[in-house]
Each structure stands twice: as structure tokens, then as C-alpha cells.
Design a protein around this ligand. Structure first.
Ligand code: SF4
Length: 462
């Protein structure tokens, strides 16, 4: 048994079994205002245009259609095989891209997009004609030759080798496979059947040569998973040797997501088993040579994510973590989130509302947030905890001209509780997250979250 697993006592798991945000943004989405609208977003974009032109940008595009409903899914997607529906969506999405193009052109701003990610939904549901149409539009904002990363999410059930080669020919250099679990009973319980052999056959040595990096999305806490079945899944993942692995926890919210009601509550592993699945997987992947990165990512040392982890240039974003100091993100398509300068914005969820806004030539904003200086300081601290696993008080003092211990008097007191539980080690002018603290890192971040921290939490004392 590993040292980490050994240090995980049941009492501690119980104590830290409290909901906490994943901090893909700070403040988190639920704190953003629905009063925030098109004009506020334009203020953010104007600030982006008048800032440093050479800053790298991340472009995210959301394609919200899938062929079949996975019961665990929390993404915004509609099940369809109808290409007139997907074409109609792409026509509106192309108009949204034109709105950005016109906005930037008027301000002589040339966006330096260094990373593109097409997510969903199932983007590989687009036929070639639709994909070419989307690429033509993307090229208005992006010089594809300048990209460090052009990533696309792939459903292995609806792709073949020929299509993977096609994406590579079009410039896609990173693919992300939705895998979740290889156990057949678990796959049936989540309505997503894809065998190990099928994925193995798709990822032949010849196909692998076409891509810089291949990611697998894996979920723990799914119905019918046990520590034993999940160990086997992780062994199978290691055999397939992806460059990156994203290991996320299943979120069961049937009161909000109707199709999750098809999952039996009694089939879901309890939180102690779920936590142990996570920790055992960390041990297993790290022993196999993967680096454990951020909250839930793993990468081989040859991957850009591992290099960024080493050089301390990781940045927390809506997709997890990204390399290359990509602090500004523009999200296009329904539900997409943007982070530009001191502003956050999220597009509407409903396709119909999205179409109405686009037709009026209005950015389809559902909610957003303008960060104050205090929010920016706290965001920087939370990102440092998640991406660097430490915090140097002097860095924050220098950048924001504050006296750290005075400014964060209350927070310094709360850190003591985490130090008592061996989550962090506090020094004179810094603190470091311990390997135990990495497992519960969201609670360490929560100390600096002025929005959600005040909600009663047993982690911070009696
Ligand atoms: S393929 Fe992905 S987005 Fe589509 S239903 Fe399944 S989990 Fe959701």
C-alpha cells in the first residue's frame, strides 16, 4: 500500500467530503451575474483589443450534438442524426465568428490564437462538408499554421481511422477520446458501450503518428464501479498509453439533469470508495511514469502539459489546465465560456435563444462577471495553488502592492486548520501543498474564495 493511500484515514475522507468548486474560474460560474449582457462583454473585448497584442489566445468552439445519450452526461448536447439541424447550428455559429471578426477588425486587432479546441457534444458528428465550412470560418480568426495546439474531442464509437487521418490532414494535432470506463457492466449502466479492442484498433501506431498528443477522459464514481473494476480500467488505460489522461469525478445531479434519472442511486459507489478509486489511480498512473498535474490531469513527461507543469506555465481554465500561458479564452457556441482580461462571460444554454441573439447581431450572453482587484488577487492565488501547488506571499505582495498577512489575516487563520490535517506546510512567507493536500486541493483554494467560503464548512474548524 502506498504512503498516500496509507495516510487516508476514513475520518479524514468523511471530514473532507464536502462539496467544493473545481475553480475552472474564480469567481465560480454560479456567482456570475445574469445582468451581465452583450455591452459588458464588449467592454471586456475592447480591453482585450487595447491590451498587449502579442498575448496568446485560446479559442473554444462548442458543437452541441451527439448521436446517443450517455446517462452520466452533464454537457449541453442534443441527440440528433439530422444534418439539417447541425447545418443550421453551424450557420449561426459562423455568424458568431463573423461578429468577433468584425469587432476585432474595427479595432485593428489581430488575435494571436495559439490554441483551438473543438468540444461538445460530439464534433466528429459533423460530416466533411460541415467540418470544412467550420474550418473556413475559424480561419477568419486563426492562422492555423501558427497554432501550438489544435484539439478536437472524439467519440471513438462514431469515428474510423480514415476520419482521424482526415482531421490530421486538416491541422488537428491533438485528439481527446471520451473513454470513461472499460468495464462492460459499467458501460451498460451509463449507456455507452465501446470495447477496449475497438479503441486499441483505432489507435494503431500509424494513427498515433498523426497526432502530437492523445488524451483519454476517464470518470470515477460511475454506477457499478468498484475499486476492483476501476483498477482494471486503469490497467487497460495504461496499456493503450495515451499521452494525457483527464480523471474526473462523476457528478450525480438527477434533479437538474433528467437523463441521469436512468442511473440507479444505489449503483453509485459511496464517497469513501470513490475517493479511494481516485487515490489508487493516482498511485497507479504515477508509478507508470505519468506526472500528476493540477487537480485531475496526468501527462507523460514528453507532453506539453508536463513541460508546462515543470516550467510553472500552467493556467487553470474552463477545460482544466492548459500550457502556454493562455490567460484569455474566447468561447463560441451555446454554453461556451470566455475569459477576457478582467471579464468572464458565458453564452446562453438554449439553441433557440442562441439563434435569436445571433440574428439580432448581439453576442448571446447569458451571464458574466467583471473582476475587481480583490477578485484578481484571489484568482491568482487559487491558480497558483492548483497549478504550482504552493503560494509565495512575496509574489502577490510585489504584484498587488499589499501586505499579504495583513490583507489575508482571516485566511492565515483558516490555513492553520489545513496544516493540522497535513494538507499544507506553512513557512514564513509561503506555503506548500502536501501530497495529501493534492487530493483535497479544492478545500485549500476555498480558504481564499470570499464567495463560497463563508458557507458553513467543517473543514475550517468547529
Ligand atoms: S458523447 Fe459526450 S457530450 Fe454526447 S451525450 Fe455522451 S458524454 Fe454527453
Amino acid at each position: 500500500m502506498s504512503k498516500l493511500l496509507n495516510s487516508l484515514k476514513e475520518d479524514l475522507i468523511k471530514k473532507y467530503n464536502v462539496n467544493g468548486p473545481y475553480y475552472t474560474s474564480y469567481p465560480i460560474l454560479s456567482e456570475w451575474s445574469e445582468q451581465f449582457a452583450d455591452n459588458d462583454y464588449k467592454n471586456g473585448l475592447t480591453a482585450l483589443c487595447s491590451g498587449k497584442q502579442e498575448l496568446p489566445l485560446f479559442l473554444y468552439i462548442h458543437f452541441p450534438f451527439c448521436a446517443k445519450q450517455c446517462y452520466y452526461c452533464i454537457c449541453n448536447s442534443t441527440i440528433t442524426y439530422n444534418h439539417s439541424t447541425t447545418r443550421n447550428f453551424l450557420t449561426h455559429l459562423s455568424r458568431e465568428i463573423d461578429m468577433f471578426y468584425d469587432f476585432f477588425k474595427k479595432r485593428s486587432f489581430i488575435p494571436k490564437v495559439k490554441m483551438v479546441h473543438i468540444g461538445g457534444g460530439t464534433p466528429n458528428l459533423m460530416n466533411e462538408e460541415e467540418f470544412e465550412f467550420l474550418l473556413k470560418q475559424i480561419r477568419k480568426l486563426v492562422n492555423l499554421k501558427d497554432l501550438n495546439e489544435f484539439a478536437m474531442e472524439i467519440d471513438p464509437r462514431t469515428v474510423n481511422k480514415q476520419k482521424l487521418k482526415y482531421y490530421s490532414d486538416k491541422g488537428v494535432n491533438r485528439i481527446s477520446f471520451g473513454i470513461q470506463d472499460f468495464d462492460t457492466y459499467v458501460q451498460k449502466a451509463i449507456n455507452r458501450t465501446q470495447s477496449f479492442e475497438m479503441v486499441d484498433q483505432l489507435l494503431s501506431p500509424e494513427i498515433r503518428k498523426h497526432f502530437k498528443s492523445i488524451n483519454f477522459d476517464i470518470l470515477y464514481g460511475l454506477p457499478l464501479q468498484s475499486r476492483e473494476t476501476f483498477r482494471k480500467t486503469i490497467e487497460n488505460v495504461k496499456k493503450l498509453s495515451p499521452d494525457r489522461i483527464t480523471l474526473l469525478k462523476y457528478a450525480h445531479v438527477p434533479e437538474r439533469i433528467k437523463h441521469q434519472r436512468l442511473i440507479k442511486k444505489e449503483d453509485i459507489p459511496n464517497y469513501i470508495d470513490s475517493t479511494l478509486m481516485f487515490v489508487e489511480s493516482i498511485d497507479s498512473l504515477v508509478s507508470a511514469g505519468y506526472e500528476y498535474i493540477g487537480i485531475d490531469h496526468f501527462a507523460k513527461s514528453s507532453d506539453s502539459l508536463a513541460r508546462a507543469n515543470k516550467n510553472k506555465t500552467l493556467w487553470r481554465n474552463f477545460l482544466g489546465v492548459s500550457p502556454g500561458g493562455m490567460h484569455n479564452t474566447i468561447g463560441i457556441g451555446v454554453t461556451s465560456t470566455s475569459s477576457v482580461n478582467d471579464y468572464y462571460a458565458q453564452n446562453v444554454y438554449s439553441v433557440e435563444e442562441y439563434y435569436q441573439s445571433i440574428k439580432k447581431n448581439v453576442f448571446p450572453i447569458f451571464r458574466g462577471f467583471k473582476l475587481s482587484t480583490d477578485d484578481l488577487i484571489r484568482r491568482e492565488i487559487i491558480h497558483s495553488i492548483i497549478c504550482n501547488y504552493c503560494l509565495d506571499f512575496a509574489d502577490i505582495e510585489r504584484k498587488y502592492k499589499i501586505k499579504f498577512k495583513e490583507y489575508f489575516r482571516k485566511e492565515m487563520n483558516l490555513l492553520k486548520y489545513l496544516e493540522e490535517d497535513n494538507m499544507i506546510k506553512v513557512y514564513k512567507a509561503s506555503f506548500k501543498v502536501t501530497s495529501l493536500g493534492r487530493i483535497f486541493i479544492r478545500h485549500i483554494c476555498k480558504v481564499f474564495d470570499k464567495f463560497t467560503r463563508n458557507k458553513k464548512c467543517k473543514v475550517f474548524g468547529p
